[in-house]
Design a protein around this ligand. Sequence first.
Ligand code: ADP
Ligand code: MG
Length: 386
Amino acid sequence: MRDEFERIFGATPTGVWSAPGRVNLIGEHTDYNEGFVLPIALPQAVKVAARARDDDRLRLYSVQGDDVVTDLSAAQLVPGAVTSWAAYPASVVWALREAGHRAGGADLYFDSDVPGGAGLSSSAALECAVAIAYRDLYRLDLTSDELALIAQRAENDFAGVPCGVMDQMASASCVAGAALFLDTRPRSVDGGAPVLTHRHVPFRPDEQGLVLLVIDTRVKHDLGDGAYAALRAGCERAAELLGLAALRDLDAARLPAALDRLPAELGPMVRHVVSENERVERAVALLDKGDFAALGPILTAGHASLRDDFRVSCAETDLAVDAAVAAGALGARMTGGGFGGSVIALVPRESEAAVEAAVEAAFLAAGHLAPRVFAATAAAGAHRES
Ligand code: ADP
Ligand code: MG
């Protein structure tokens, strides 16, 4: 990366930083309802070789980009003005400046092995790589949680994607060998800036002979883009009708009475959010006990809820889940926003090959492209590499 950086920018980079993609074990479509999530960071990451510049030029190049150097002014970034992939890295510089940080020009060279658009959060990885490089290059006094919140604001308000905070928190704040149990309701301690409560929960299924497979279905249905905003709006409307700050404030005991008060189209969505928050809490209790196998049925129940109540699965993700479970997975679910993307399956090591083969056979028989399958471990969050 250093050689390529020099070739493109004609200078030596100060260092190389990396920020990972993620899969969410459980807790889907809960982060914008101020609920719970439980992601792990992936070994796959976006790497950035970088150096600060004395002037205000922001020069961006990515191996996965468009083969040209994008040249912007750090001081004159305007939301919506950058429409290529470069909007994601530029958004972070904009958000840092909006938050009052000294973030000037830089040369940034990216390379990544996080599959893009596969529901594995390559966008958050890209943002967090920029955020952590800037933290060091400009000696910014920022915690990893603060970096994540800045990266989320960047994606929301500059790149125009209304995502919750899970992806950026996973990429910035995960540690190796653990999942991140995150409460997405911001809390102010002693009147200070809002913080997110979280805890690292050990996740080492390999110690019990288990493998977490990621099955990238390689499909992304266009309807996902508009549907996300509509789902979010539906959840917010339901909370408002119920007189709650967020759906997080509803528990299973009060769910039946709440369903009686809601229009029919909102009920199942609310039921998903309530049951999903509960599944996260049950999953965390199991991981705390080191009982990784018992996570399986929770994953499959989570998928049924996303399929039947929240209605964000699709033929390909349903097929991957069903084929994996039939071939010996202890549990499986779609992960990420839905309408395609990736499925995770918790699999005994001795069934790994059979599950992979069964999913691939099912996809080919249904006329789909073969999925990409890999085993995931819980990796570290964003950090400096060299
Ligand atoms: P996901 O975050 O699930 O991978 P998104 O649609 O949110 O999917 O983000 C994918 C987009 O992020 C890509 O279309 C591209 O614009 C940008 N992106 C991610 N990684 C890179 C990279 N290494 N180089 C250039 N652009 C990237
Ligand atoms: Mg994304």
